[in-house]
Design a protein around this ligand. Structure first.
Ligand code: 3HC
Length: 688
């Protein structure tokens, strides 16, 4: 195996290659190797200049995030950076791929920096709930001034090489392999053509205006987050002598490291990547050159737009010619919007290949069909029967159903190995989650293709098994029901929404229902009516009444809230509707306080998530967390429902469920896994 850090002497140049695949994270081996390399090259009289470069895809993508939360191991990254800066010989760095976080901190501790075009530079620490902790908050302001450094550090935004040169972070942009560039730049240093200096020697003044502007903006937009505010505090210390500023940075960094927000955000980082580890990962995905989409409604047009943005030609079929024409206009608008938001280049927009038709046989030659037709089993069975006959062998037949049985749909096609669920979330060209629903007979390469497609569409794919609602909607139904129970028991919907927003969701359950359209849940209640346990409380009465009055939420201007004015107000009819239901059900209303609302809502969510896990519908707890982080607005800094559940512990959860069960034992049941976890001390984190 190649060494993590290796050195080579070429003429007067001491080259240091960093090689810690896949991203050159600055783990303990890289840190140790780097210090040893610098020690050796500094002591070698033949060496005049030391040049660092990354041997793989990147320079250094940052500290090793997997080490977070574990006992730190020397040498620590700040000391490594200080060692580089105080080296008695010039040290330069060549940046390519990613030079992020600790990677950029290493670079700005060297005496000159050369970037290769295409490099990503930035301080993403804030997105992980920490601050740059290896001198970034002290050296970046010295190179680029406080205002621009605050912008980079508090947003975690990534910039390219040219912008970094303009900002003063980088000295030069060039091309070539990292090793060649390192040799050439080192020769320039020897020849006096590339100046070098110690960043820590630069003295800067406090920029009160920039600090106040950053603090004010964060207080307005991100008051609930811990680390962005600590970034400002740390940058403020950059006007102190380097030693004192670094000490203050360390103090603030340690505070962030200990915060639960750090644990939640790091979990979210790994959740986004962990979901790709599926049993079918080694299967060879099928090639997808063209996609057919069935259905010109909101979902169909969103899915078509997502494929087109990714550069995939689409044939969209809708049985009604006017619907197909409307879909074409909607897609064109969405693509224009994508160009305006910088998600697509005008050239890519001009090269889009979209055909709309009413003729299903046009899908005979496509590689993938995604059906987003009416949510009705007999419609889907017919459709998949036809697709099974007309599509060429190997075409993948996907359904975007939200609830229906994918095994049934697969059977109707006559080629179930080609059938899969691809459950997009609306708006499909914006939402990042894609549930890949694996049916009984789905072929492994079809699953692998679903994941490959998600990557192409820049989505987070999560593998789900077949059940009513898969992972997301099944769990959502449970906590949505808990919200309805609370409303009927006497807590106003607006108070419930407010409590859930205070927890960190962008919207509460009633606001979300209004946005999604109350008619969708209404149709679902009707679909499930025959299967409902007669002993279960029926809490759909209020929403049924709204729907019967044509009040479907935002799309009709009124639902749980009335949207006629500047700000939504609670629907004035709601109080009477709720009272009537309470009278009918014999309920004496009692309003819950916000903490009690949150406890019930989250406990219902976690309990059903645990059952999803027990049933094998999700592979691991982290998959469920990813579903809620990327599809349901779960606050990222809380890490997802099962990460959050670990912070509560099984004792608290079981106690909650048992207390709530005193009034409704049918709804509130303790999952067996929670009891086992209590008895064995196992946590969800241990099952990932
Ligand atoms: N530490 C540990 N593992 C890391 C890592 C890191 N900094 N960055 C990426 N990885 C892992 C991923 O988890 C993934 O592992 P897996 O294959 O087992 O799932 C693997 O490396 C590949 O990562 P990606 O799938 O993300 O690869 P891409 O090629 O799509 O992206 C990247 C590469 C742009 C470098 C992206 O991985 C990234 O943005 N990484 C995080 C960068 C970051 O946040 N750095 C700051 C760290 S905090 C810090 O430096 C603190 C310091 O101030 C003290």
């Amino acid at each position: 195996m190649a060494e993590v850090v290796s050195t080579e002497i070429v003429g007067q140049v001491g080259l240091v290659a960093l090689n810690n695949p896949p991203v050159n994270a600055a783990g303990v081996a890289l840190r140790t190797g780097l210090v040893a390399a610098v020690d050796a090259l500094e002591a070698n009289d033949a060496v005049a200049v030391i040049a660092l470069y990354g041997a793989g895809r990147s320079f250094v993508a940052g500290a090793d995030i997997k080490e977070f939360g574990k006992p730190p191991r020397a040498p620590f990254l700040p000391d490594v950076c200080n060692r580089l800066e105080t080296c008695t010989k010039p040290v330069i760095s060549v940046l390519h791929g990613a030079a992020l976080g600790g990677g950029l901190e290493v670079a700005i501790a060297t005496h000159a920096r050369i970037a290769l075009a295409g490099v990503q530079l930035g301080f993403p620490e804030v997105t992980l709930g920490i601050i740059p902790g290896a001198g970034g908050t002290q050296r970046a302001p010295r190179l680029m001034r406080m205002g621009p450094a605050l912008d980079l550090i508090t947003t975690g935004r990534r910039i390219g090489a040219e912008a970094a040169v303009d900002a003063g972070l980088i000295d030069r942009v060039t091309s070539g392999t990292p090793r060649e560039v390192a040799l050439k730049a080192a020769a320039d240093v020897v020849a006096g053509q590339l100046p070098t200096r110690r960043t820590g020697d630069i003295v800067i003044q406090t920029d009160e205006a920039a600090l106040t502007a950053a603090a004010t903006s964060l207080a307005r937009k991100q008051n609930h987050l811990f680390s962005p505010h600590r970034c400002v505090d740390a940058v403020a210390a950059a006007a102190l002598p380097l030693r004192d500023g670094l000490a203050e940075e360390r103090r603030l960094f340690n505070l962030c490291m200990e915060s639960p927000q750090r644990a939640g955000l790091v979990h979210a980082f790994f959740a986004e990547r962990a979901v790709a580890h599926i049993p079918e990962a080694t299967a060879q995905p099928r090639d997808i050159a063209t996609v057919g989409v069935i259905g010109g409604g909101t979902m169909g047009t969103g899915i078509a737009t997502a494929c087109l943005i990714a550069g995939c030609p689409v044939i969209l079929v809708d049985a009604q010619s006017d619907a197909a024409a409307r879909a074409e206009t909607r897609i064109a608008d969405a693509l224009d919007g994508a160009v305006a938001r910088g998600k697509m280049t005008p050239e890519a927009r001009a090269a889009v290949h979209l055909a709309t038709t009413t003729d299903l046989t046009r899908l005979a030659e496509v590689d993938l069909v995604i059906e987003a037709a009416f949510e009705d089993m007999s419609v889907k069975r017919d459709l998949f029967g036809t697709l099974g006959e007309i599509c060429k062998p190997g075409t993948i037949l996907a359904t975007n159903t939200s609830y229906l049985d994918v095994n049934d749909i697969a059977a109707a096609s006559g080629r179930p190995e080609d059938v899969i669920g691809l459950h997009f979330f609306s708006p499909a060209h914006v939402m990042r989650l894609l549930e890949v629903v694996v049916a009984r007979d789905t072929a492994p390469e079809v699953v692998a293709t679903g994941f490959a497609l998600a990557k192409r569409l820049k989505k987070v794919a999560v593998r789900a098994g077949v059940c009513d609602g898969f992972i997301g909607n099944r769990v959502m139904q449970a906590y949505r029901l808990a919200a309805d129970h609370m409303m009927l028991d006497g807590t106003p919907p607006s108070a419930i929404d407010q409590a859930i927003r205070a927890f960190g969701f962008a919207m509460g359950p009633f606001e979300t229902s209004d946005l999604a359209g109350l008619d969708i849940a209404w149709a679902n209640r009707k679909r499930l009516a025959a299967h409902r346990d007669p002993a279960a409380r029926y809490v759909g009465g209020v929403a049924d009444a709204l729907c019967e009055a044509g009040q479907f939420g935002r799309k009709t201007g009124i639902g749980f809230y009335d949207y006629a004015g500047d700000t939504p107000v609670l629907n004035p009819a709601l109080e009477d509707l709720i009272s009537a239901e309470q009278a009918r059900l014999g309920v004496t209303p009692v309003a819950l306080d916000p903490d009690a609302v949150t406890a019930r809502y989250l406990t219902a969510m976690i309990a059903e998530a645990v059952r999803v896990l027990e049933d094998g519908i999700a592979l691991r707890p982290i998959d469920i967390d990813a579903v809620f982080l990327f599809g349901y607005g779960f606050p990222r800094w809380r890490g997802g429902p099962l990460h959050y559940a670990d912070t509560l512990g099984p004792d608290t959860l079981i106690q909650n469920i048992e207390t709530f069960a005193e009034t409704d034992p049918l709804f509130w049941r303790v999952p067996t896994l929670l009891v086992e976890m209590r008895d064995t001390g196992r946590r969800f984190a241990d099952m990932n």
